[in-house]
Ligand binder design. Structure first.
Ligand code: TRP
Length: 356
């Protein structure tokens, strides 16, 4: 049925110098909860990855505003446009990456409702990431049902695009596992492959710590946004945790666990110079101030063009709205067709005719 198969059929030709079809493109889906502006940790951990992936994959980024509401219903924020401006400013290209708004894709909500029937409460309570988040937020039995179920809605996100590759941090592995369990259930119910399973794509760069060395988190105020000004950058770096045992310049210092070096590793393109700085720091004789001053310059170099581009996008609200509308319209087609396939698996009527 595909041109790939047709090509295989012609392989018996003695003269087989034709170019083989490139392997089927991976379908990539990622998402962010829009709870605030994106920060440098996002740039190192996921945004750079997405910019590379859009070159060779069919990629969708979902602004997961409904998921953000699952534990923020009493504090709704409307920052989706700002997150979109962040994406565009760092170089996500809306021509090549579909950027879509979760709350404007009703098919995802319907998929979630259907999937709710396939997952037990016990299974949800076993999800290690949700468990940790429940603890962090101090929820007990008063946990919002939507929050407990967000792995199901995330399975709807992933399968709603027939995604095969999901770039995520390792804390999201349980979500992909949950999604694949749902996929297998549906394929078994329908006795054919309705949905593909997906794989995680883990970032190869280590997770960036917050300035204080703890987990980077907006609520801990230890991160710096992609639109930070020079003063913010200076005070962010100034407050960075280094090595408490490195008291005077001549003391030998620790590079591991040292936030300044973690950021230099992530953002300073002159890796050989950084290696030399590390050597001198370990040996003793290199002060925190020198390394911090360098990091301020490096971060300004990284952030300055993002800040400028971002400001221009924020000025142009009409353009932002149009980009989000177009992306969401494209996504709406895909998700509606997946919903039909899943409805059919549950013996519900399709809403539109079978695709050819
Ligand atoms: N849970 C993800 C996070 O907190 C965000 C997310 C929502 C997501 N939907 C997704 C990630 C689909 C990957 C795929 O970062």
């Amino acid at each position: 049925m595909t041109s790939l198969q047709q090509h295989t059929n012609t392989q018996s030709d003695a003269h087989s110098s034709f170019e083989p079809e490139p392997s089927v493109k991976e379908v990539v889906l990622t998402g962010d909860r829009p709870t605030g502006p994106l920060h440098l940790g996002h740039l190192a951990g996921s945004l750079r990855n997405r910019i590379a992936l859009q070159e060779r994959c069919s990629q969708t980024i979902l602004i997961a505003d409904l998921q953000a509401l699952t534990d923020n219903a009493s504090r709704p924020t409307n920052v989706s446009q700002h997150v979109l401006a962040d994406y565009l400013a760092v170089g996500v290209d809306p021509e090549r990456t579909t950027i879509a708004l979760q709350s404007d894709l009703p098919a995802l909500a319907e998929l979630t409702v259907l999937y709710l029937d396939l997952v037990t409460v016990a299974r949800l309570e076993r999800n290690p990431t949700v468990k940790a988040e429940i603890e962090l937020r101090g929820f007990a039995r008063d946990i919002p049902a939507g929050f407990l179920c967000y792995p199901i809605s995330q399975a709807a996100d992933i399968t709603g695009f027939r995604a095969t590759l999901v770039p995520v941090g390792d804390d999201q592995l349980p979500m992909i596992e949950q999604s694949n369990e749902i996929v297998r259930r549906i394929n078994r119910i329908a006795d054919r492959q309705v949905l593909p399973e997906s794989r995680a794509l883990l970032s190869s760069v280590p997770r960036l710590p917050g300035a204080d060395g703890r987990k980077a988190s907006k609520s801990l105020r230890n991160v710096i946004s992609l639109s930070a000004g020079p003063d913010d950058i200076r005070s962010f770096v100034g407050a960075m945790f280094t090595d408490p045992a490195h008291k005077s310049v001549s003391d030998p210092g620790n590079v591991e666990g040292n936030v300044v070096f973690a950021y230099l590793d992530a953002f300073d393109p002159r890796t050989e110079e950084v290696a030399e700085l590390k050597r001198r720091y370990r040996e003793g004789g290199l002060g925190d101030m020198v390394v911090k001053r360098r990091l301020v310059d490096v971060l300004e170099e990284v952030i300055e063009p993002i800040r400028t581009r971002r400001a221009a996008f924020v000025e142009n609200e009409e353009l932002l709205q149009q980009i989000l509308m177009e992306g969401t319209a494209r996504a709406s087609d895909v998700t509606a067709s997946v919903l039909d396939d899943v409805r059919e698996a549950f013996a519900l009527a399709r809403r539109r005719p079978m695709a050819r």
